[in-house]
Design a protein around this ligand. Structure first.
Ligand SMILES: Cc1ncc(C[n+]2csc(CCOP(=O)(O)OP(=O)(O)O)c2C)c(N)n1
Length: 619
């Protein structure tokens, strides 16, 4: 599609620098067309990238990557950056196994200076790089691009606070579209949008800007006018939060106007210390379906680019969590739902409209969410914090310090536990089992079906005390749809040759593996574990004593997995079956389809069966 276009001539940042201003405008339009076509095939983060086209083109016009470092916060909006840094031809592989990542990854080349995926760390990383640059006497620029959503995360303020007094030359590009995944929340977002709407602070009109930029010395005039505007703003509106923190503040300017973007970035480049450049952008810009429904097009599966029609959603574990919580909240006014900017993803949308006073979106602030929920619990409320497994990593200290030591009754609905697929390393829920099992007093439940998730939620809210986590996977249930959650462990299938133990969604792989083994004359017994914290394993140990062989299958990392605990427990009672674990190992799991990853890492039925046959050979 790109032949004969401006885009076809642009492969690397230096190509952006040779274009005329008109060609830059054309380039931005062609990039949008490419993005829509490409993401409609692979799926990915569409709306965020469409909104950041001009900012990214402007950055590559003004700065010199890879000598200059550009870090995109979260990195979900780095597609245009990838296109302009030699990776456009690989876009059909985006988020596919062994293909391009949907986030920045240093192993894709020198243009991605830092790993990204979790929000609000870009200012910290950029400041670290700036300090290293200064210590080594280099003179390259360090730039980070951060959205207003990511700016709800406390880590960003810790970094701004540090950077503001550091004197380091650092450029923070603030991409303000007033959206996180959904509507952005919080006092700072409100204040910034109020500031944007004051007529005095609106950018120069595009026509004036392009008129000025065509005059000799016009760019200097643009810089002069923006400086005067900044002074006026400071005089009338007082300081922005950025100025209070020690940054020079430029903007706000229309971030979807390439001439304004380039002019302001050039100005930022000319300053010595830390600078914030504030761009106002439209999420989903330039593609009608995403511009009118940016929340729905934040992250998409493959879709029809002509109509924009998205595939109908399948029922997921998140939906079930949301609907059961809604139902329980009807009869119990103590139930509250907490999310860290993931209302949609965690199935809480309906809850938020039905019970707005008991719904709390705290922004991308998982640590705060955990401590806040614990505060509620300390006063007798029943908070349920619905959070992705990998994002709860951010709240680990709060989990121990603010919840577990006091034993407050907070329920953690740990969504996206296990492999999530296309988002890759940063998002795989590979660590929750070890990090939750290690917390004293924590209960960890692992339902395998929709019905069991409902039972687990009721159990967590009404039969347990202290912190309780329920881990469940991304997507929907598979063949196993029963509800056998009334005991800590259950015998799912009888057999005499080997015991297979597992939990959650992996139970489906165990059942299929048992069928494969049966075809080879091996009879497998399956013990399904519902409560991973339970220390009594009457059923499991009896099974091991019978078969003399145990294989524990888990969709979590190896270190600290349940298999390790079970092997220690078996040793303690002097029962020593032939033993193997099947899990994700001590590695970071890349992006790809979950089934492909199961296959690659031996968690699919064949992989499990092979492991069993291996221990049978040991006899
Ligand atoms: C720690 C963490 N929590 C949650 C998320 C999920 N997440 C990805 S993008 C996003 C919204 C980011 O909003 P913003 O920074 O404004 O970028 P935009 O998509 O609007 O361009 C969220 C909540 C994440 N990546 N990291």
């Amino acid at each position: 599609m790109t032949e004969g276009t401006v885009l076809s001539r642009v492969r690397f940042p230096q190509d952006v620098k040779t274009l005329s201003e008109e060609e830059l405008v054309t380039l931005c339009a062609e990039i949008r067309e490419f993005l829509v076509q490409s993401v409609s095939q692979t799926g990915g983060h569409l709306a965020s990238n469409l909104g950041a086209v001009e900012i990214t083109v402007g950055l590559h016009r003004v700065f010199d990557c890879p000598v200059d470092n550009i870090i995109f916060d979260v990195g979900h909006q780095s597609y245009v950056h990838k296109m302009l840094t030699g990776r456009r031809e690989r876009f059909s592989t985006l988020r596919q196994l062994d293909g391009l990542s949907g986030f920045q990854r240093p192993d894709e080349g020198p243009y991605d200076p830092f790993i990204t995926g979790h929000a609000s760390n870009s200012v910290s990383a950029a400041l670290g790089m700036a300090r290293a640059r200064t210590l080594e006497g280099r003179h390259n620029e360090v730039v980070c691009v951060i959205g207003d959503g990511a700016l709800t995360g406390g880590m960003a303020y810790e970094a701004l606070n540090d950077a503001g007094q550091s004197g380091e030359k650092l450029i923070v590009v603030f991409n303000d579209n007033e959206m996180s995944i959904g509507k952005n929340v919080g006092a700072i977002a409100k204040r910034l949008s109020r500031m944007r709407s004051k007529p005095l602070y609106l950018t120069l009109k595009t026509r004036t800007k392009s008129f000025l930029s065509h005059l000799p010395g016009g760019r200097g005039m643009i810089r002069f006018v923006s400086r005067v505007k900044a002074m006026l703003r400071t005089a009338i509106l007082k300081e922005t939060i950025f100025e209070l923190l020690g940054f020079r503040y430029l903007g706000p300017v229309d971030g979807n106007d390439i001439a304004s973007v380039c002019a302001l970035l050039e100005e930022a480049r000319s300053y010595r210390g830390p600078v914030v450049v504030h761009f106002k952008t439209v999420k989903g810009r330039g593609y009608h379906p995403s511009e009118t429904a940016p929340r729905e097009y934040h992250g998409v599966s493959p879709f029809d680019p002509v109509t924009g029609k998205l595939a109908p959603a399948q029922k997921t574990f998140s939906d079930v969590l949301g609907s059961e919580l809604l139902r329980l909240a009807q009869d119990d006014e103590r139930i509250c739902a907490v999310t860290a900017a993931m209302e949609e993803g965690t199935g809480l949308r309906e809850f938020s409209t039905r019970w707005p006073s008991r719904f709390f979106d705290v922004g991308i602030a998982e640590g705060h969410a955990v401590a806040m929920a614990s505060g509620m619990a300390s006063q007798g409320m029943k908070p349920v914090f619905a959070v992705y497994s990998s994002f709860l990593q951010r709240g680990y200290d709060q989990l121990i310090h603010d919840v577990a030591i006091a034993g407050n009754h907070v329920v953690f609905a740990v969504d996206r536990a296990g492999l999530v697929g296309a988002d890759g390393e940063t998002h795989q829920g590979a660590f929750d089992v070890p990090y939750l099992l290690s917390v004293p007093g924590m209960r960890l439940l692992a339902p395998s079906s929709f019905a069991e998730l409902e039972s687990a939620l009721r159990k967590a809210l009404y039969l347990e005390h202290g912190p309780v986590a329920i881990r469940f996977p991304r997507g929907g249930e598979k063949g196993y749809t029963e509800d056998r959650f009334d005991a800590p462990e259950v015998l799912l299938r009888e057999g005499g040759d080997v015991t297979l133990a597992g939990y959650g969604i992996m139970v489906n792989e165990l059942l299929a593996a048992a069928e494969l083994l049966a075809a080879q004359g091996v009879s497998a017994e399956i013990v399904k574990l519902n409560d991973l914290t339970e220390e009594e394993h009457a059923e499991l140990f009896a099974s091991c004593a019978k078969t003399g062989r145990l294989v524990v299958v888990e969709d979590c990392c190896a270190g600290g997995c349940l298999g390790e605990r079970l092997s220690a427990a078996l040793l303690r009672i002097g029962l020593v079956p032939a033993f193997r674990t099947v899990n994700l190992g001590q590695r970071f799991i890349p992006h790809g389809k979950v089934e492909e990853l199961y296959r690659r890492y031996g968690l699919d039925p064949q992989g499990i069966a092979d492991r069993v046959l291996e221990i049978m050979k040991d006899d």
